[in-house]
Design a protein around this ligand. Structure first.
Ligand code: PA5
Length: 437
């Protein structure tokens, strides 16, 4: 069972503060449900776990199988919403050192990423690291025109064509893009690449449970049925229009209550390094959705206990405009017992017989207590385990919370007009036709 328990005990936000938003949330809920299937509204993710395209899903499974058979490496080319979701899920659910362990144990190609930056060093090193290994590419871009993935695709397409010849290269290129628009769609048609469709009414940062995320996730050997099942349970659970009984909506409201109390920064905290990219995905989801019209909570992230030795000082005693949302995982499927040492020169015998997960848990409890007493409110989200179901559930929980939170704030959580500003300048400086004025 994949559930999430919301604990507001350390947040300073009480039931009475939350319930003041009942009518507002009720209205947002109804409007979202009414428009969930409207193609103009970017709400396709709302019913996605029950209404996904089963044929496309089967196609994903088959392509993943082929890639798993004929490739040592899958290069996933994409940026922002066309990259972070897949990486978040893959890193949360696979071996911490996935790409380093022997293939017999990994039972999947290495998953490497490109097109998410413009560093020549990164691309050259990636090419060197791949060397002679057999590879396939999944290029993902909804618009089909984003510069970073477009450049990376041009480079890797050439590598594939030189290595395998044009015909075989075509069979190793998988394109995930719009059903009809964009340069990538046009190119795929001409070259007859296998393509996957990003539904019109699902924006990049809400698209992890579409082919955008699912193809690379399936190639990594993750059970995409279970992932969707977890999301489906969340879809049912968080469809209650009564705020009192809907933890997803309560989280959305609690954030806004804290924001009104001048808590302007939310830090997502994890105690599991495998969740690092999940936090990156969450930062993009909330940052790009809410940061508009000079409003919005600034989403940040830390990996504890690592960052207790860097950001911990600031969180404890710096400006008091921060709150934390802590992801706590109840059950680990891996543990270590600390042994007794005869000499005890390191003074650790007081922990002998304890599990490392227990020490991690106490670190979390101690930190929550310290930060709360330092006037940094803490929201705690308890997850049962790190499984496909739980991650699917958490993805849906945050997507819906983000949509509701943004609407409470009074902005449109589904557009990203600000992202265009840097692009216009960059294109002018690069003398792209049409941008020279
Ligand atoms: O969430 C979003 O919409 C963005 O982050 C996009 O995913 C990102 O800009 C990449 O766009 P595209 O998929 O069109 O290449």
């Amino acid at each position: 069972m994949s559930t999430i328990k919301l604990n507001l005990e350390n947040s300073g936000v009480y039931e009475k503060d939350i319930l003041k938003y009942s009518q507002k949330v009720f209205d947002i809920h109804n409007k979202m449900n009414e428009n969930a299937d409207n193609n103009e509204e970017f709400l396709g993710w709302v019913n996605l776990p029950t209404k996904y395209d089963k044929k496309e899903f089967e196609k994903i499974r088959q392509a993943a199988q082929k890639i798993r058979k004929d490739s040592d490496v899958l290069v996933v080319i994409g940026i922002g919403g066309s990259y972070l979701g897949a990486r978040a899920v893959i890193e949360s659910l696979t071996h911490t050192f996935f790409n380093m362990i022997p293939v017999e144990k990994r039972k999947a190609p290495k998953i490497l990423y490109a097109g998410n930056n413009l560093s020549p060093k990164y691309i050259n090193d990636l090419i060197e690291a791949i060397g002679d290994l057999d590879l396939s590419i999944n290029v993902i871009s909804k618009s089909g025109t984003t510069t970073e993935p477009a450049i990376a695709f041009r480079i890797f397409r050439e590598i594939l064509e030189n290595k395998y010849g044009i015909q075989e290269a075509r069979k190793r290129i998988y394109v995930t893009t719009d059903k009809s628009k964009g340069a990538l769609k046009k190119l795929s048609k001409e070259e007859e690449y296998e393509t996957f469709v990003i539904p019109d009414n699902i924006g990049g940062r809400y698209s992890v449970l579409t082919p955008v995320g699912l193809l690379p996730i399936a190639v990594a050997g993750i059970d995409i049925d279970k992932l969707m099942y977890g999301a489906r349970l969340a879809q049912e659970k968080y469809n209650d229009d009564n705020l009192k009984y809907n933890d997803c909506y309560k989280y959305a409201v609690a954030r806004n209550v804290l924001y009104e109390r001048n808590k302007l920064i939310e830090i997502l905290v994890n105690y599991e390094p495998k969740m690092h990219y999940f936090t990156e995905w969450w930062k993009q989801l909330f940052g790009e959705s809410e940061g508009k019209e000079e409003k919005g909570i600034f989403p940040a992230g830390v990996d504890f206990t690592t960052d207790l030795h860097s950001m911990g000082q600031y969180i404890q005693q710096g400006r008091r405009d921060i709150f934390e949302t802590v992801i706590s995982i109840n059950k680990y499927n891996s543990d270590i017992t600390i042994k007794t040492d005869g000499d005890n020169l390191d003074g650790l015998n007081y922990l002998a017989g304890r599990k490392l997960s227990y020490v991690n848990e106490k670190a979390m409890e101690g930190t929550v207590e310290a930060h709360v007493s330092g006037l940094c409110p803490n929201i705690i989200l308890e997850m049962e385990d790190l499984s496909e179901e739980s991650i699917g559930h958490l993805i849906y929980f945050f997507e819906k919370a983000c949509a509701v939170s943004g609407q409470i704030l009074g902005i449109n959580p589904f557009n990203q007009p600000g992202v265009e500003e840097y692009k216009k300048n960059m294109f002018r400086l690069l003398e792209k036709p049409g941008y020279t004025e």
